[in-house]
Design a protein around this ligand. Structure first.
Ligand code: GLC
Length: 635
């Protein structure tokens, strides 16, 4: 009896175990088995450039396997690619150079050869779908030495000139295409209400009216070449970051290293609609086919999981027909279950995920989620159709890898444009006794300051490296000091000493020019509880005052600085923002070759307690700012 009992128990265990094995095995097979690729004719319709893009998209989609579709939704940082063949094996749709990620040889040729290699790998696959290749050319293609480095957007905001912005975006696109980069993660449409944030200089202004105007101009300039006859786009624009990053509150960052970047947006939906959405609506009207979701949190969750805003508002209410891309690691950062994070973000409306690392896991998990019915075929087809629509609009299928751009880098016409932009970006805040513009017969000028002879400092971050560079080594660039020497009258004596340690027994200079300001920073690394001049800069200005009859202070800065106590000792003050490679543009205005025309693109607080300052210029404490938005001293 006992033997029989044991035997029957053993048998039933074996039966149950094998049943479990069969279930696991068949589930595994169900989840992972590859889909059979539909046959493709020799000349499929999607390669016919004469057809409407929507027809080309649906034709191509009809040939795609699930794996090929998921690959299009995958954006990988190029240094995360384990082997070149992974591009075709995983059917990747897009690569990026994160800021600072460069080819071995950081030259125009080096970039072109690197991207052409990637494109060749992608287009030799079954369906030959070309890659999008993205970079942050947010103030020119500034990761490439010899490219033109334009003023950061805050300076263009100070110019207020949409035609200038359009020309700069177009010139940026032309230099990008010379290197094979066809996607620019710009323009930044954030509207900062708190200048303690490390991304103020990446934005035009805190005023939605101005940001709406300049953002649309940037999208048009980047995507549509000046002499463009057909509707083919040249470089894909990415209005970012959707939505409301400018309204993040201090001390709410989810990143323990930061204070406000990646923080919580304190704005209800009515305020989002009134202030933060209009620039995106205008960018869509201007032809934007891609929008990047921010790393901020709104309400109870991160923006990448806000289905109402991404799908109901952006795609349905604003009629956005392009594709939504998530920002760096934003879908998975801080989550414990990457499968569920992926599923929720894609179902919320994210069409392409800037991973940017683990493409094996991501593609596998999306496939499982689809097989389990958690991400529908319709959602995947919608995402891929949006991505393909952008690729066809760029003409990638009709010229992939073969774009020989007529421009060369360095480009003298673009440098002249950048120099004009620098001049238009300067804002005159103070000018006692009309010192400025400097008289042509000025006898002696003493120049000092940490930003006087430092291209890296005057360019800011997102230049060669993510956090920028220091020093004067960038080719084809002019420091502000070099510009002063170039423009000044030949009879004017010019002395330079960085800390203004001029001998006090020599005769005083007519004018001392102190060129001071912030060292480069990017994103949360620039979050600063009290943006102000360093003690070194303040000492330099004091030294200069002792050896000059009057002192002009030039602020090289990405944002307003707290200068309330010091400005009374300065005779003249000019904000130069972050001018980029053409420092001579500053001298053009200092010496009167060009006029001061710029105005403040955002309020200049007199103290930190006034922050944040709302779009209506109200401050939670006192709104007695040092200078109001759009201030410029008439002279
Ligand atoms: C960064 C930024 C975003 C940029 C992206 C790619 O985290 O938030 O503005 O475009 O990563 O570099």
């Amino acid at each position: 009896m006992i033997m029989w009992h044991h035997k029957s128990k053993l048998t039933s265990c074996l039966v149950v175990t094998s049943l479990i094995a069969v279930i696991i095995g068949s589930t595994f097979l169900f989840l992972t088995s590859p889909t059979t690729p539909p046959p493709v004719p020799d000349k499929p319709l999607y390669l016919d450039a004469s057809l409407p893009i929507t027809e080309r998209v649906s034709n191509l989609l009809s040939y795609m396997t699930l794996e090929e579709k998921i690959g299009q939704m995958t954006l990988v940082e190029k240094d995360s690619i384990k082997k070149l063949s992974d591009i075709s094996d995983y059917h990747l749709g897009a690569l990026l150079s994160g800021s600072g990620s460069k080819p071995e040889e950081n030259t125009v040729t080096g970039w072109k050869q690197m991207i052409d290699t990637y494109q060749a790998e992608a287009t030799q696959s079954r369906l030959g779908i070309p890659l999008l290749y993205g970079s942050d050319a947010i103030h020119g293609h500034a990761h490439v030495p010899e490219a033109t480095i334009f003023p950061h957007l805050i300076g263009l905001g100070a110019s207020g000139d949409s035609e200038l912005v359009k020309k700069i975006a177009s010139a940026t696109a032309v230099e990008m295409m010379a290197t094979g980069v066809n996607w620019n993660f710009a323009p930044n449409l954030d509207m900062p209400q708190d200048i303690r944030w490390g991304r103020v200089y990446e934005t035009f202004s805190d005023d939605p009216t101005l940001v709406t105007k300049l953002g649309a101009a940037y999208v048009q300039g980047l995507q549509t070449a000046a002499n463009n006859t057909d509707e083919q786009l040249q470089v894909l624009a990415t209005p970012k970051h959707f939505v409301g990053l400018g309204g993040m509150s201090w001390d709410t960052s989810l990143n323990k290293n930061f204070k406000i970047d990646q923080g919580v947006t304190d704005a209800n939906e009515a305020l989002l609609n009134e202030v933060y959405l209009p620039p995106f609506a205008a960018a869509i009207d201007a032809g934007a086919l891609n929008i990047m979701v921010g790393l901020n949190t709104w309400g109870d969750d991160r923006m990448v999981r806000q289905k109402h805003l991404l799908t109901d508002v952006l795609k349905k209410q604003l009629g956005f027909k392009g594709f939504i891309v998530s920002d760096w690691y934003g879908v998975h950062e801080g989550t414990h279950n990457t499968f569920w994070a992926t599923t929720v973000a894609i179902n919320s409306g994210v069409d392409m995920v800037m991973l940017p690392f683990d493409y094996e896991t991501f593609t596998r998990q999306v496939k499982w989620a689809n097989r389990l019915g958690l991400i529908s075929d319709a959602r995947i087809d919608d995402a891929v159709s949006r991505i393909l629509y952008a690729k066809f609009s760029l003409g990638l299928f009709d010229q992939a890898g073969s774009t020989e751009t007529l421009t060369t880098i360095p480009n003298q016409a673009h440098r002249a444009l950048a120099r004009e932009a620098v001049a238009q970006s300067l804002v005159l805040l103070k000018n006692e006794n009309s010192i400025l513009p400097l008289k042509t017969n000025v006898r002696k000028i003493r120049v000092a300051g940490s930003a006087a002879n430092n291209i890296g400092k005057q360019s800011g971050a997102w230049t060669i490296e993510w956090q920028g560079v220091d020093g004067n080594w960038l080719p084809n660039s002019t420091s502000i000091l070099a510009g002063i020497k170039e423009i000044a009258n030949k009879n004017t004596q010019i002395e330079f000493e960085e800390q203004a340690l001029f001998s006090t027994d020599s005769d005083q200079a007519d004018v001392g020019i102190a060129i001071v300001g912030e060292s480069p920073y990017a994103e949360g690394w620039g979050d600063n509880a009290k943006p102000s001049l360093s003690d070194e800069d303040l000492t330099t200005i004091k030294n200069l005052k002792q050896t000059s009859r009057s002192v002009v202070v030039i602020l090289v800065t990405g944002r307003p600085l707290i200068i309330t106590d010091e400005i009374k000792d300065w005779d003249a003050v000019v904000v130069a923002w972050l001018p980029g490679s053409e420092g001579a543009g500053v001298a053009d205005v200092l010496f009167g070759t060009k006029p001061f025309t710029g105005s403040l693109p955002l309020p200049w607080p007199s103290n930190i307690n006034q922050l944040p300052i709302t779009i209506n210029g109200e401050s939670s404490n006192d709104s007695n700012v040092l200078f109001s938005r759009y201030f410029k001293l008439l002279y």
